[in-house]
Design a binder for this molecule. Structure first.
Ligand SMILES: [Zn+2]
Length: 284
C-alpha cells in the first residue's frame, strides 16, 4: 500500500491558497529565488516534520532540476543575483542553487545532474571539516580540498560557511571575525580565487537588529559582498545583500510545492518565522 504523506499545513496553504491568489494578483517585483540544499543522498534524515529535513534523494533532486530546466530557469550565483537585483537587469528567469555544509555527496549526486542541465551552484564550506584527508560533519562525509579544486575547475563556486559552524550569535566579536576571515582565507588559499559569499550557519536571528548590524559590518570588513541565510523568501532588490533569504528545498518538495516556492507562494512562511522570533525575543 502506498504510504500516505503526512499532512502539511505549509504545503496546503502554499499550493492551495497562496499560489492561486498570486496568480490572480500578479504584481511582479523583480526577484530571484535562491534554493537552499544540504545533502543529496539516499540516506535521508528523519526530522519529525518535513520542513526541518535537509536531505534530498538523488531521484528527487534530478526531478527538481528537471523542473527548473523545463520552466526556463537559468542559474546564477548569489553574488550575481545581488548585482542583477540592484541593477534591475534580469533578462530571464533566474535561480541560485546553494548547498550548505560541504558534503561529499554534492560531487557524487548533485554535480552530475547540475552539469546535465548546464546549471551552476554555490557550495558553502565550513572549513574545519574540509581537509586533505576526508573529514565529516554531522555524521556525513565532506568534500576534500582536492575535490573542491576539481569542482571549481568544473565551474562550481565556493563560499564560506565559517570555520567551525558555530552559533555565531554566542561568540565574541573577535571570535566571529576569526570565523569569517580564516574560512575565507582557507578557501582562497586552496582555490586561488577570491571568496566573497557567506552562508550564515543555523537559523538566522533575523529580528536581532543589533547583532545583524554588527555582523553586517564584520562581513563587509572581511570582504564579503553577498551572503545567504535561512530567512524564507525570494531575494529581491529590497533584500540585504549580506543576508539574502532562501527557499529551503528537500526530498519532500514535489513539483507543486517547488513551483509554489519559486513563485513566491512560500514567502508567507518567512513572515510567520519573523513573528515567532520577535515574540520569542520579547519573552526571552
Ligand atoms: Zn550549515
Amino acid at each position: 500500500m502506498k504510504e500516505l504523506a503526512p499532512f502539511r499545513i505549509d504545503r496546503a496553504i502554499s499550493v492551495g491558497l497562496v499560489e492561486p491568489l498570486l496568480r490572480l494578483h500578479r504584481r511582479e517585483t523583480p526577484s530571484i529565488p535562491i534554493l537552499m540544499y544540504h545533502s543529496i543522498s539516499d540516506t535521508l534524515d528523519l526530522a519529525p516534520h518535513p520542513y526541518y529535513r535537509t536531505t534530498t534523494s538523488p531521484v528527487a533532486f534530478q526531478a527538481q532540476m528537471q523542473f527548473l530546466h523545463e520552466n526556463g530557469y537559468a542559474t546564477c550565483t548569489p553574488g550575481a543575483a545581488v548585482e542583477q537585483l540592484q541593477s534591475g537587469e534580469i533578462n530571464r528567469k533566474k535561480v541560485s542553487i546553494t548547498f550548505d555544509d560541504g558534503y561529499q555527496d554534492f560531487l557524487e549526486n548533485a554535480h552530475p545532474v547540475l552539469e546535465r542541465f548546464g546549471f551552476t551552484a554555490t557550495v558553502y564550506l565550513p572549513t574545519a571539516f574540509i581537509g586533505d584527508e576526508r573529514r565529516s560533519f554531522k555524521g556525513r562525509p565532506c568534500l576534500t580540498w582536492s575535490e573542491v579544486r576539481q569542482l571549481q575547475q568544473l565551474g562550481v563556486s565556493f563560499g564560506s560557511h565559517t570555520v567551525t559552524h558555530p552559533q555565531l550569535r554566542e561568540l565574541s566579536t573577535e571570535t566571529i571575525r576569526e570565523e569569517l576571515l580564516d574560512s575565507k582565507k582557507a578557501i582562497e588559499d586552496q582555490t586561488g580565487e577570491p571568496v566573497t559569499s557567506f552562508a550564515y550557519p543555523y537559523a538566522f536571528p533575523e529580528t536581532d537588529r543589533s547583532f545583524k548590524a554588527a555582523l553586517r559590518d564584520l562581513l563587509a570588513e572581511a570582504g564579503y559582498t553577498s551572503g545567504v541565510c535561512t530567512t524564507v523568501a525570494r531575494a529581491s532588490a529590497a533584500s540585504d545583500p549580506l543576508f539574502l533569504p532562501r527557499l529551503p528545498v528537500n526530498n519532500d518538495d514535489d513539483q507543486a510545492l517547488l513551483s509554489a516556492k519559486l513563485s513566491g507562494a512560500y514567502n508567507w512562511i518567512g513572515s510567520i518565522q519573523s513573528v515567532i522570533k520577535t515574540t520569542k525575543r520579547i519573552f526571552e
